[in-house]
Design a binder for this molecule. Sequence first.
Ligand code: NAD
Length: 265
Amino acid sequence: MGLLDGKRGIIFGALDEQSIAWHVAEKCVEHGAKITLTNAPVALRFGGIQQLAEKLNANLIAADATSIEDLTNLLTESQEVLGGKIDFMLHSIGMSVNVRKKKAYTDLKHDWMQKTFDVSAISFHKLMQVAYNMDAMNEGGSILALSYIAAQRTFPDYSEMAESKALLESFARSFGYHYALKKKVRVNTISQSPTITTAGSGVKGFSEFFSYADKMSPLGNADADSCADYCVSMFSDLTRMVTMQNLFHDGGFSNMGMSPAILES
Ligand SMILES: NC(=O)c1ccc[n+]([C@@H]2O[C@H](COP(=O)([O-])OP(=O)(O)OC[C@H]3O[C@@H](n4cnc5c(N)ncnc54)[C@H](O)[C@@H]3O)[C@@H](O)[C@H]2O)c1
C-alpha cells in the first residue's frame, strides 16, 4: 500500500460504479494519492460521480475533453486544489456516434466519425498539449489512456472505435517521445479486456463476445478492479522507465491463437 503517497492526479471518465475510471479513482486514493475527478458536463448531471467525489473527498471539475478551454481550466483548478503540479492523469473516455446510431461499418457517416475521433482520441492529444504547454506535470509523471485490441486486429462490431484506438495508441507513442525529453513524463496506453460498463455494453453482441474472450484468455478476462491495480502500478515510481508502450491487460488474450475451451463448447 501507499504506492502513490504524496502524488496528485486527475481521473477522467468515472460515470458510475461500473466505469473502469471509478475503480482507478478508488485505488489511487487507497494508495495515498490526492485526486480531482472530471467528466463531461452532461455526465455530472447523473449524480453517480458526485457520490464518488464525496466518498473520496475529491473535487469534481466539469470538462468536455474536446475543449481546450475546459482542459486549461481543469488543469489550473486541479493544481490549485491539490496544491502543486500533477503527477498522473488517466484518460478513460470513449464514445462513438456511429456505434450509438447502429450504422453499418460500410455505411458510416464521416462527420459522426470525426466527432468519435475527437472525443475518443484527439482529446488525448489535446489534454497532453495543454499540460505540456502549461508545464502542469511534475518530473517523472505518468499519463495513461485506455485502449482495446481492435486497434491491431479486426473486431467487426467495434466499428470506427478500432481506428479511434489506433489513433489513441499512436498519440501515446508520439507525445511520449516529446514529454520524455521535456520532463521525463511517461505516456502509455493500457489495452484492456472487454469489461461490463456503459461504454463496453454499447457494442453490438457485447455479452456473447465477453464470454468468448473469457474462454479465449488463459487467465480469463481482466476486470475493472485488476485494471485499476495495473493503473496504480503505472502511476507509481516502480514503472518510471516504461513509456511509449501499448500494454496488454487481457489475461493473455492477445497472444492466443486457438482455445480448446472454445472448441469444446
Ligand atoms: N468496457 C470495455 O469493454 C473496454 C475495453 C477496453 C477499453 N475500454 C476503454 O475504457 C475507457 C473507459 O470506458 P468504460 O468502459 O469505463 O465506460 P464508461 O462509459 O463508464 O466511460 C466512458 C466515459 O467517457 C466519458 N466521456 C464521453 N464523452 C466525453 C467528453 N466529451 N469529455 C469528457 N468525458 C467524456 C463518459 O462520460 C464516460 O464517463 C474508454 O476509453 C473505453 O474505450 C473499455
